[in-house]
Design a protein around this ligand. Sequence first.
Ligand code: UDP
Length: 597
Amino acid sequence: HDIPGLGGDFQPAELSHNAKVVIERRIAKRNEQGDAVETPDEVFRRVARNLAEAELRFGGTEQDRAAAEESFYRLMASLDFLPNSPTLVNAGRELQQLSACFVLPVPDSIEGIFEAIKQTAIIHKSGGGTGFSFSRLRPANAKVKTTMGVASGPVSFMKVFDAATEAIKQGGTRRGANMGILRVDHPDIDEFIEMKADMTTLTNFNISVAVTEAFMKALEAGTTYDIIDPQTGAAVAKRDAREVWEKMVRNAWKNGDPGVIFIDRINASRANPVPKRGPVESTNPCGEQPLYPHDSCNLGSINLKHFTKGEPGAKTVDFERLRTTVWRAVHLLDNVIEMNQYPIPEIAEVSHAIRRIGLGVMGWADMLIDLRIPYNSEEALRLAREVMSFIQKEADAASEQLARVRGNFPDWADSIYGPKGPEGPRPMRNATRTTIAPTGTLSIIANCSGGIEPVFALAFIRSHYLDKNDPTKRTELTEVNEQFEAVAKAEGFYSEELMRFLAEGGHLSERPEVPKWVKDVFVTAHEISPEWHVRMQAAFQEFTDNAVSKTINFPNSATVDDVRISYELAYRTGCKGITIYRDGSREFQVLKHAEKS
Ligand code: UDP
């Protein structure tokens, strides 16, 4: 129970203006007038105190509890690490629903479908996102025995899930986000692929096709693959793999959907640690978390921006501090599982049996900038592997150590870590340890770049509202990336005019006064080719148990072929899935996937 890093005086990190606004509006307790009644520091204290209570349930003393509380408080208040926002919002409050995401099974019966919709409503109300596979549903026009009528099929039922989500909208904090999956060998695959072509339907869903190994083989060979009746398991037709792939790629080019998940690869990986609970049929809404039916995941992210040391221009990664932080974060997330009030009993059962956690990173692009490494470089890929393999190894070791004190996760004997498993026997407290989340809210609070995404813009114009009841009273301010501003000043090329130029969409590459190394290091999302985006995702995936949230950005001028090449590269480089976005291809441009969902 010795917790390192707790000596000396502690200074909480200073919060940015945007961080304070986000905490006030989306995280803190509010009174009936809607005003925050907690300071950010009180939020971190509330969460730390609540999560530390788990120590007593594991036989710890009051001293252990107090030490854990202080450890957790410092992790968060330093902005070195944050648990997913439902934990920040709900820990120590009435709801106590701490997970970001869930997957619910959708059985092939009216009772089952509407039970899943009811469970979805309960989850959305509490701030969680949901993923579903619709692959078990019989296709449209199949027979319905009890009525002698015909079935409506997965696509039409998905619209009912969407309408239910629309009606709930989660009381203001988070919008209900859904992932809808269909297997590529389902008879209704064409309707599914096309279903978001009209951007007014299914606005509360991301959709992805679950692509099988058999399909990928057929695609490579240019042959057909079997379409399978979900009720009987029999092959009922053959389809040309390239034709179906072309349709997927063309629709993704048009407006981003569908994405793809490589379902057999997911099931053959560490994301499927207890095969008897599976197979995994779906991921959560942003794709980073494959889950069993009725599974949940508690995520948390380390802010890599804080893990460099040395003089500007000669910095290195602070692996020692990173190690301590990983250990403390795994401890905190294991406590989240214990303190969580799961929305339905089936989810509580699975979550306790496997104790799945997802520790990941944010601020990766900021770390690279600090180290003066361009995002689109071999050096960045090498460092990605070094940092993530380090985190994975330490998270495994931390979970193993917790298992020695608190016991293995209950399904351990049947898991890949058990006596007969390919990775066992190895003590393990948590069936998975690592996931890379989008960190949509967390990265604003920590004032860092999101997940492993590159910096989106070096400067932008933000409207500041001066009177919350009157939207016409506002000023527009140019906000500049903090690291860029510091370098611009140190290198002597800072000017108001340059910042405005960048905020209005100008590129650094067009400016002769800016040194070449600065142009290389401050590369932004749209200047990075899709190939580098995919290779970065693959580098992190190699050392992540679950999956990696990443949006592969394309310029508006990208062709359907460009998209096809990226989808195939994602497969070849070992990614578990891929989501793309072509600039300007949706009516309302979103900054990134996370903000859409
Ligand atoms: N999520 C959701 N609604 C939202 C944002 C996120 O349901 O508005 C879920 C979704 O499953 C996503 C996961 O939470 O994949 C993690 O998202 P993110 O890392 O952006 O969450 P944060 O903790 O930063 O709020």
